[in-house]
Design a protein around this ligand. Structure first.
Ligand code: UDP
Length: 236
């Protein structure tokens, strides 16, 4: 079931249900892409119609932020829970590894995707790394050729929003891989950025943890309460 929150069509799924749906997509071989839409993505969709089309064109749109859940509640159409990419992706990789499947890692600064791949191979024995590419290349020819040649089951895009969602919408026909935009998760897999401790995650304070570690995010975070104001305005 889709629930429209401020113009973004979220799939009303728990983490476990999202895992099942995403894994079924992987097994189908039909490709497609998954967006984990945090409040920043929702706000951007309201300002950019092409971006909103890219987000809403995804096979699955998941609520990756407490702000999404609060807005949904204010609008009287609650979502069942937060589905963070950082929770979903490791579960999918574990399932993929059991089947001897492959993943391609695209994004982050040079060297990060390689190190992320090495780390994933040790945490998910059996997982094949089909290739890696950093997120700052200007010519994607070699990357697209590698994707065509290697045919990974899964493609993780750590390019940040909006680039990763626009890339997935544009290139969905070019690869049968299931694609997921993962933001800074490749840096986490590489061990460069720690994930918030579980207590912070449970309290819905992962954004605060990241803000304290990376104060330059302040300009981004300060805008986020806007999602609640918009929901309150739309409810009237
Ligand atoms: N990035 C990239 N290419 C770019 C801009 C950013 O590969 O042109 C990467 C950046 O190195 C980082 C990720 O995209 O690994 C964005 O992380 P951010 O923390 O902004 O994403 P979030 O997790 O907040 O969605």
């Amino acid at each position: 079931m889709k629930i429209n929150i401020l113009g973004v069509a979220f799939d009303a799924l728990t983490l476990g249900e999202a895992e099942e749906r995403a894994d079924a997509l992987l097994c189908s071989g039909a490709g497609g892409y998954i967006v984990t839409a945090n409040p920043e993505i929702v706000l951007r969709c309201r300002e950019d119609a092409a971006y909103a089309a890219a987000v809403n064109g995804a096979e699955l749109v998941l609520a990756d932020g407490v702000g999404d859940l609060c807005a949904a509640r204010i609008l009287g159409t609650p979502l069942p829970g937060r589905v963070a990419g950082s929770d979903l992706v490791p579960r999918l990789l574990a399932r993929l590894a059991e089947r001897g499947g492959s993943v391609f890692l695209y994004g982050a600064r040079p060297g990060v995707a390689e190190r992320a791949g090495e780390s994933l191979q040790s945490t998910c024995p059996g997982l094949r790394i089909a290739g890696t590419e950093n997120g700052y290349i200007s010519d994607e020819t070699a990357l697209l050729e590698a994707l065509e040649r290697e045919k990974p089951d899964l493609l993780l895009l750590g390019l940040g929003a909006p680039r990763q969602e626009l890339w997935m919408a544009k290139n969905r026909q070019r690869t049968p891989a299931v694609m997921i935009g993962v933001g800074g998760l490749l840096d986490v897999f590489a061990g460069d950025i720690p994930r918030a401790p579980e207590t912070w995650q449970r309290l819905g304070l992962e954004w605060l943890y990241r803000l304290l570690r990376e104060p330059r995010r302040f300009k981004r975070v300060i805008r986020l309460p806007k999602i609640l104001f918009l929901a309150l305005r739309e409810r009237k």
